[in-house]
Design a protein around this ligand. Structure first.
Ligand code: PLP
Length: 391
């Protein structure tokens, strides 16, 4: 055999095993048997990007001035549109030059921010269950994730008082995420105030992931972290156009807030990437400027789906709260099941793909996650199928 053994670096060798691989294999097998699978496993909007955004992309793609390298931090017009939206939506004033940074999707910024601030051995506080990029971005930077369990008795918010003093002292950065994936919990301004106080006391940078801020129900709009006093002194907030405008494939998001923190993230980025395709930024401006015109219908749609699925599951005896935001339903597994066992049961006996809660971290054990990115007729069928299969 020619060559030599190709060995992965320890930073990727030590990544946790892909927990969904087994589910995926079962799903493939069921499909091969001809089972009509209902996939509630993926958090990707099922509807297309709204037409005005696509039209704007088409025009902008034809303009040669958009064919060259974009600026690292994003078009000033894009950042201005973001600042204007913040003023309208949250009554927060941002300087588009220094307090807004364009991202190639918010995942990109979340994954890169530890590289700017975390030294090897530093602690990063991450919610568990949570978005896997928080701990993975941390370990890529040599940091050590300290898990903050999201428990039902705390409204699925991190309990800051439960963080040991020595951990808080060694922590450099903390991730929080509201509306939350996977629990759908929403943090109020009172929680954000406590985060600012905690951050000031221990000198911890706050990174708030607000990817779902515009997916909310019953007219109750989640606040921005930056709405509370002092937040801009200690943190930044990540946003994404992905979920808000059905643009997951386009790769555009942004971070806003503290200019020193954004400068650090920007420095990492300018050494690794070359910004967002300008035509996509032009389309992004159209999206952001549309305010609620493009998003009202989406919220209504997800809410209708929620109102079919959640009461249906409750009627079957499953313990599920009505999600106030995001498009996830976080379900406590029935007695006698683990997360993985219940996910397997639903797939084998009902042809329904869900995500086991422990896939989002140890504290997710005892739950499964379903998504609302499937038409309501299918969600009604989910309830019927589970009823028939029993548990
Ligand atoms: C989907 C998601 C994101 C990011 O999406 P991008 O497409 O990278 O902007 C960020 N955070 C959470 C919690 C998500 O679920």
């Amino acid at each position: 055999m020619a060559g030599f053994p190709i060995e992965f670096a320890s930073r990727i060798k030590t990544l946790p095993p892909y927990l969904f691989a087994a589910i995926d294999e079962m799903k493939q097998k069921a499909m091969a048997r001809g089972v009509d699978i209902i996939n509630l496993g993926i958090g990707d909007p099922d509807l297309p990007t709204p037409a005005p955004i696509i039209e704007r992309l088409k025009q902008a793609a034809a303009d040669p001035k958009n064919h060259q390298y974009p600026s690292y931090e994003g078009l000033l017009s894009f950042r201005q549109a973001v600042a204007n939206w913040y003023q309208r939506r949250f009554v927060v004033t941002l300087d588009p030059v220094s307090e807004v940074l364009g991202l190639i999707g918010s995942k990109e910024g979340i994954g890169h921010v530890p590289l700017a601030f975390v030294n090897p051995g530093d602690i990063v506080l991450v919610p568990s269950p949570g978005y896997p990029v928080f701990p993975v971005g941390t370990t890529f930077a040599g940091g050590i994730p300290h898990l903050m369990p999201l428990l039902k008795q705390n409204g699925f918010l991190p309990d800051l008082d439960a963080i040991p003093q020595d951990v808080a002292r060694r922590a450099k950065l903390m991730f929080i995420n509201s509306p939350n994936n996977p629990t759908s919990a929403v943090a109020g301004k009172d929680f954000f105030k406590r985060v600012v106080a905690f951050s000031l006391e221990h000198q911890i940078i706050v990174c708030h992931d607000a990817a779902y801020s515009e997916i909310y129900y019953d007219g109750r709009r989640p606040p921005s972290f930056l709405e509370v006093e002092g937040a801009k002194d200690v943190g930044i907030e990540f946003h994404s156009l992905s979920k808000t405008f059905n643009m997951t494939g386009w790769r555009i998001g942004f971070a806003v807030g503290n200019k020193q923190i954004l400068a650090g993230l920007g420095k990492v980025k300018s050494n690794l990437d070359s910004g967002i395709f300008q035509a996509v930024q032009e389309a992004g401006i159209t999206a952001i400027q549309s305010d609620d015109q493009l998003t009202d219908g989406l919220r209504k749609l997800y809410q209708e789906r929620r109102d079919v699925l959640v009461p249906g599951l409750n009627r079957l005896g499953l313990a599920v709260d009505m999600p106030p935001a995001a498009f996830y339903v976080w379900i406590a597994v029935p007695k006698g099941y683990t997360s993985t066992a219940f996910t397997t049961h639903l797939l084998e006996k009902a042809g329904i793909v869900t995500t086991p809660g422990n896939g989002f971290g140890a504290a997710g054990e005892g739950y499964i996650r379903m998504t609302l990115t499937t038409p309501k007729e299918r969600l009604a069928e989910v309830v019927e199928r589970i009823k028939k299969a029993g548990f």
